[in-house]
Design a protein around this ligand. Sequence first.
Ligand code: BGC
Length: 714
Amino acid sequence: MSTTHRVHALLAAMTPAEKLGQLQIVFRPSSTDAAQLIREGIGSVFWPRSAAATNALQRVAVEETRLGIPVLVGLDVIHGQRTIAPVPLAQAAAFDPPLVRELAALAAAEARSGGVTWTFSPMVDVSRDPRWGRVVEGFGEDVHLTAVLGSAMVRGYQGTDLSAPDAIAATAKHYVAYGQPEGGRDYNTVDVSEHRLRNVYLEPFRAVVAEGAASVMAAFNTVAGRPVHANRHLLTEVLKDEWGFAGIVVGDADGVRNLLPHGVAEDLAHAVAQAFGAGLDVEMGGAPRDLDPADLERIDPARLDDAVARVLALKEALGLFDDPYVDPARERIEPTDAARALVRRAAARSCVLLKNDGTLPLRAPARILLTGPYAESTDHLGAWTQSFGAHAGSIADELRGRLPDAEVSVVPGLGFLDDDASGIADAVAAAHECDLVLVLAGEPSALSGEAASRSDLRLPGRQEQLIRAIAGTGIPFGVVLETGRPLVVADWIDEAPAVLVAWHGGTEAATAIVDVLFGDEDPAGRLPMSWPRSVGQIPIHYAHERTGRPASTGGTLTTETADVGLDGPGNVHEKYTSKYLDLGLGPQFAFGHGSGYATFAHGEPRLSGSEVSPDETVSLSIDVTNTSARRGEEVVQVYVEDVVASIAPPVRRLVAFERRTLDPGETTVFAFGLGREALGFWAADAAFIVEPGLFRLHVGPTLTSTQAVELRVR
Ligand code: BGC
């Protein structure tokens, strides 16, 4: 964003107090308070819930303040505003960047029609601890997937012109490493090496900043002892100086005030001085105004002007100086048919088939029982859905509508969190009267999201008991899991013939689940996070570094697979290898796991050359054939293994993927260009390098079923 003539002229005309006002967004005030705050000079507000109310606030800003500067209107539009898309973790499971872009564009169009100009999304925190409830808001454990989908989301929100009537400014959050709090507890400490910061946590932010994200939100956590809100190295040296980020660094809610309990500021003035000195541009606070003109003396005037210029430049890019109003008659309050169709397709594409013995897709059963807390629940919207009237239907209603000739019984048996298992007997009795049972289980939306960490990741309440009781009947059954995070399913998964993960799918979740159950859509999503066998394995992720004492049994990707590039030198006694005494190695289901209803054969992978120089791109291709009688979708994933490097490399690293639809019998070529970005890593002193030597490229439909080709870098 370049600083224009208008911005310069305003800056020159502003008093110190007017400047200070531009540097604050006040956290969710009432409309009356917001109007008064704007009169007093506040530059940004949270969305006052309608186009008309937003216009009223803009009118106060334009007509009742000396310089008539319009306000930025912020809102957490995380996965839709009126039409709710699947939660971001579910979107990640679709492995489909164009879909993520389309969903963000829909959310932006709805939000901007009501006057919202600034969303606090996407969350691109790489998350490797499923106890942390906010894993639901991001794209999971993988750096590449997070970077690609975060960029797609930014493109979807912002389009090519922020002043367009369907564009809003995106915020990449929470910068940085918020996804790895100690113990998985929200807001907790993060301590991370420069090596991991560069190669894991910073990388998606670098990508979305390069994509043009208009703002970046500072994270609540410390990094190496320094809270990010006061971390000059991260906010200024890396983000602004090194990456050339010209947008706004916004604080998280009360993040500046939180420097007091963090123990690095003696009072609010001290906190404010540290935060703005570190590179913060807008403070999100506080009650009601955290910034006092007296604080100005503590902030370098050039730094103050830089922050104000960034805010004004964004207002200009959004076209607010030319027209800050929206047409209330065009406010999009209800989902359109097209919006519903899009989120329905998205919810289906997000589904992951964990296992299937052929029970799915269902073949029009005559008598079917729906049991479990999700049978009649409408809690499908997921975390971060604010109360703007969005709602979803129930699976029971949807299924009744689709099977008018079947006998559909609905006996939930228990609630999500119930400790009372007495209703399970009724479900079992009903099961005996049916040909097929669907157990609709999971976590309600409130169990994931902000401040929703869990220490036990099994299904809450008595749901596992219900599944085992249904298994005990011998009646064919399938399990659908709705969840905002990976769950521990070890105690029952072997007893279930078919398990589908549907996450929290949004407005059309119930319709999409039924589409998938009956095979109208292919559940070809893949897991964006490892599903652990036990909480004791956490943090768990596939791209772990190689250790000096890898276990030679089990392997770290699945218990069945030893050959995952981890075989030790053979001279270490098995007892002294990196494993647990009481648990098989590897997760229950690895990152990238999933299948679909069709079957595919993969040919031999081919490389355009077996040797490249560090700056060259090599092309990797593979023929894939749909060997089934049905149309289906395959997700081909490419992982790099750097065989010997100057730092211990991860065992595998996703570098490319593509999802495609294939007709029965069709063969198609998946081709991937792999260059510097795929082969290199961040070494010391922020240098990105590609080291000469041997690489293996692993390609296949899941992480654990790949074929390898070798590539030498000269
Ligand atoms: C969250 C942010 C969010 C902000 C504003 C905070 O508590 O951490 O992700 O954008 O609130 O609602």
